[in-house]
Design a binder for this molecule. Structure first.
Ligand SMILES: [Zn+2]
Length: 491
């Protein structure tokens, strides 16, 4: 017995077609007109769209950050993602200095195995590219990990030198892997930030001044040139501004193997939010920082013309008012403890959050909630706002992420043989984004009060219904690690 989705409009990146869709087991068996329903459970999709489950290729669940960690983990974060239509995500497993890649990965296996509720994969975030670590790169392919993330920012923590960056690219290229880059010039940031602090400019507002668009444009261009030289495919994460988008456009015009993404928040918020009174600006501290309305127009243009291929979230949420309850005592007795589990047992306690930087913007944990909001607000502003078509929406949020990251056609589209990751999307369903109703473990929502029309009313992951209206039907351990394929295309 299968599940027959009847009477809906199927939307993929390339077509919009009225058809029935049959799921058998975990995959799509058949798409066609008036399919025979005999022996199948049926789902009436009249007036609804059927779209592939969303893929968010840039998230930071349960990410350690100084004295704390990002709130959402592979349990709650997965549920929140699915309520927003995302059924697969790729997180960043981090190698710390002195560690091997395998040791870095091991920590992320522990965070996810047996807990995951949606499908997932990891990028390898490499911060210490020693010779023995470079030799370890090919072993990642055995794990189905095909992407290496490198930093040109965060001096003294994550940043690597240009020479190291180039050597990793050479190695990655040999094995059909792709390099992803956080492109901001960390050396310059490391001069601007302490200067502002010394001048007493310590409020969240100054965060944007410590990381101006020029340092993003410069580092993006540098990484692109290294991609051209090494022949290694490059994917620039969280692009925010005209300076970097122009660099990418030039590189692509030259035929270099370079691609890029932006993140949801950069379409909606500006650096003005950082200047909100009463420390409210801290809610909006992320890196690269929010920019201007002109930059927002640049980003809309860049997704329309294909300069940018993907919209992700960089989801990394922290409490606005954290550090409640006797968390210090607990932290001391559990130095590498699982904060999320602790908070679940003690709902009135909160790990530290944005308040860590109340007196200095550079102490504010970087990041915003967004894994749940991405497709909801982008549908509203993009599709309802007539900036992108429904097919383009699917391309940016589902299909391109699957192709670029080696999961296509298993993920990212609706076709026979693909995983039955299906959104039953009601284009008329009205809702308001709010921290009071969202599923993310966070006490604020950056789209608070935004009215939206259109959302997934049912979500299926590999043939199993995990969201039904407001009901959560997912299960810990059902989420699978997806092994990805190397030699992914340059789109
Ligand atoms: Zn990130």
């Amino acid at each position: 017995m299968g599940i027959l989705f009847q009477g809906g409009t199927i939307i993929t990146a390339t077509e919009t077609v009225q058809a029935d869709l049959l799921v058998e087991g975990e995959t799509i068996a058949l798409i066609g007109q008036n399919l025979n329903s005999e022996g199948h459970e049926t789902v009436d999709c009249t007036g609804k769209y059927l779209m592939p489950g969303g893929i968010d290729v840039h998230t930071h669940l349960d990410l350690p950050f100084g004295a704390t960690s990002s709130n959402d983990d592979f349990d709650i974060g997965h549920m929140a993602a699915a309520f927003g239509g995302t059924t697969t995500h790729i997180d960043f497993a981090t190698q710390r200095h002195g560690e091997t890649l395998a040791q870095g990965l091991e920590k992320w296996w522990r965070k996810s195995e047996g807990i995951a509720q949606i499908d997932y994969s990891f990028h390898m975030q490499m911060t210490d590219p020693r010779d023995d670590v470079l030799d370890e790169i090919p072993s990642l392919l055995d794990e189905g990990i095909t992407t290496l993330k490198l930093f040109l920012a965060y001096k003294t923590m994550y940043q690597i030198s240009d020479g190291e960056f180039f050597r990793v690219m050479q190695r990655a290229a040999e094995h059909g892997m792709m390099v992803m880059v956080h492109a901001e010039n960390g050396d310059i940031e490391d001069i601007l930030r302490p200067t502002l602090i010394a001048q007493g400019k310590t409020e969240p507002y100054w965060h944007a001044h410590s990381r101006p668009p020029e340092i993003e444009g410069e580092a993006t261009n540098r990484a692109i040139m290294m991609a051209a030289l090494s022949g290694c495919p490059l994917y620039v994460v969280h692009m925010t501004c005209q300076q970097s988008v122009e660099a990418l456009r030039r590189g692509r015009t030259q035929g270099y193997p370079v691609m890029g993404e932006t993140c949801t928040q950069y379409f909606f918020l500006t650096a003005e939010h950082l200047g909100l009174p009463d420390f409210e600006g801290a809610k909006y501290v992320c890196s690269p920082p929010l920019r201007t309305e002109d930059d927002q127009e640049t980003l809309w243009q860049a997704i329309q013309d294909g300069t940018l291929q993907v919209v992700s979230t960089d989801h990394c949420d922290f409490w606005f008012e954290g550090g409640r309850g006797p968390w210090q005592a607990w932290a001391q007795s559990h130095p590498k403890g699982d904060w999320a589990a602790y908070e679940r047992q003690n709902p009135n306690y909160r790990r530290p959050g944005k308040e860590l930087g109340r007196h200095r913007f550079d102490k504010i944990p970087n990041g915003l909630p967004g894994i749940e909001d991405r497709m909801l607000v982008m549908w509203e502003a993009g599709v309802n706002g007539k900036r992108i078509s429904p097919m383009k929406f699917v391309e940016l949020h589902c299909t391109n992420p699957a192709k670029i990251f080696g999961m296509y056609p298993r993920k990212g589209t609706l076709m026979p043989g693909a995983d039955a990751d299906i959104l039953v999307w009601d284009p008329e369903a009205e809702h308001v984004r709010s921290a009071a109703t969202h599923h993310m473990r966070c006490d604020y929502n950056v789209y608070e009060g935004m009215r939206c029309r259109g959302k997934p009313v049912q979500v299926y992951l590999r043939g199993r219904k995990i969201v039904d209206g407001d009901r959560w039907l997912g299960e810990n351990g059902y989420g699978q690690f997806i092994k990805r394929q190397p030699n992914a295309p340059i789109l």
